[in-house]
Design a protein around this ligand. Structure first.
Ligand SMILES: *Cc1c(COP(=O)(O)O)cnc(C)c1O
Length: 379
């Protein structure tokens, strides 16, 4: 990356992130390299030997993500994975051994309880505490790894990354932050002291609901070497087509994130004015319980708004009545989605709890659709 891009704004950085130097007659973003193996006469030296270890299309995407997560920090290494969970598992299972202690959030991503079962099956002690109030601080003693998810999904609580990272490091404990909801344009965990920033690229990073992807960014070379080794062992690698689509999508990341977070704030404010809606949460909303800490460490507050309707039936009627919003899980896409989160079980949320992912529609159209659907659900 050229120095002019290091010092640039987020939009400039996003459109150029990870691009190779210009080569006459080559496209600006070279197409996906479909290769199970590469020509390799003589001694087998890298970078490109076998397709499970390395691929030039991943290399471009890894550079792009690294430039966004840790601009100007050339020593930072990025690895891409087949999904967010592949990335999450690669850190947990490469860093922890039987007898180690790991601290997870009690209110994190819904697959974490399954991960916990698997960690415990390998003899790893798992402690949990809520995200809110930095409660994970209380259970750090003797831990090898602290896993933070902020803002938490789906409750949108926020913890103080810098404070937790300092306390963890004082205990000799590594720190990983799930940066899925914030995206690298919302928050930079490594700069706040974390050892790993881990995320699902399936959500807002790629933003079109058509790719599963994950990544790990880390500054510690030996820790990252074991994450890389885990990827090789597990084979949890992205296809070149997915990696290329992800790289292309990152060019519009700043446009999407700015639009979606501005509309999310507008929607949260509109919801707060409705008597039947309770518990509106958005970290960017002044007065939200997360806002103070969020404003210290986040530059953008994401596209997810959560709130509660009085009953399950009312929530179902509301979702049915929406015309511009798909009833679907996941979040971060350019098309708004919403779901009644309680339908999955597992999250500690009321029956009428809605997780709403704000897309890139015109804000006035989206807010009008939501208010009309709320009116229809009331009758
Ligand atoms: C979706 C998600 C994951 C898992 O990502 P996949 O790409 O679905 O495997 C992990 N953490 C958070 C916070 C998520 O929202």
């Amino acid at each position: 990356m050229t120095d002019s891009v290091v010092g640039a704004g987020d939009g400039t950085r996003a459109v150029r992130a990870g691009l190779p130097d210009p080569v006459k007659h080559e496209p600006p973003l070279p197409g996906p390299v479909f290769a199970a193996h590469y020509h390799l006469p003589g001694d087998p030296t890298g970078p490109y030997t076998y397709g499970r270890d390395e691929n030039p299309t991943w290399t471009g995407l890894e550079r792009a993500i690294g430039e966004l997560e840790a601009p100007g920090q050339d020593s930072v290494e990025t690895l891409v994975f087949a999904s967010g969970m592949a990335a999450v598992s690669s850190v947990l299972f490469s860093q922890l051994r039987g007898g180690d202690v790991v601290v997870l959030p009690s209110d994190g991503y819904q697959v974490l309880p399954l991960v916990r079962e698997q960690l415990e099956a390998y003899g790893i002690e798992v402690r949990t505490a809520p995200t809110v109030g930095d409660a994970q601080l209380e259970v750090l003693d003797g831990a090898k790894l602290l896993w933070i998810e902020t803002p938490s999904n789906p409750a949108l609580d926020v913890c103080d990354i810098r404070r937790l990272a300092e306390a963890a490091h004082a205990h000799g404990c590594l720190v990983a932050v799930d940066n899925t909801l914030a995206t690298p344009l919302g928050q930079r965990p490594l700069r706040l002291g974390a050892d790993f920033s881990v995320a699902s690229g399936t959500k807002q990073l790629t933003g079109h609901g058509d790719v599963l992807l994950g990544y790990v960014v880390g500054a510690d070379a030996s820790a990252m070497a074991s994450v890389r080794r885990w990827r090789k062992i597990a084979g949890a690698i992205p296809g070149p087509m997915e990696a290329w689509l992800a790289h292309r999508s990152i060019a519009t990341l700043q446009l999407r994130v700015d639009r979606q977070s501005a509309t999310a704030l507008t929607l949260a404010e509109a919801l707060r004015g409705r008597p039947e809606v309770t518990g509106v949460r958005y970290p960017g909303l002044p007065g939200d319980p997360s806002h103070k800490v969020a404003s210290q460490q986040m530059r953008r507050y994401g596209c997810v708004v959560s709130f509660t309707l009085p009953t399950r039936a009312r929530a179902d009627r509301f979702l049915d009545a929406l015309r511009l919003v798909d009833d679907a899980t996941s979040f971060g896409g350019v098309r708004s989605t919403a779901e009644r989160r309680g339908r999955w079980g597992g999250d500690a949320v009321p029956e009428g709890f809605i997780r709403f992912s704000v897309g890139a529609e015109d804000p006035e159209d989206l807010v009008a659709d939501v208010l009309r659907a709320l009116d229809e659900a009331a009758t």
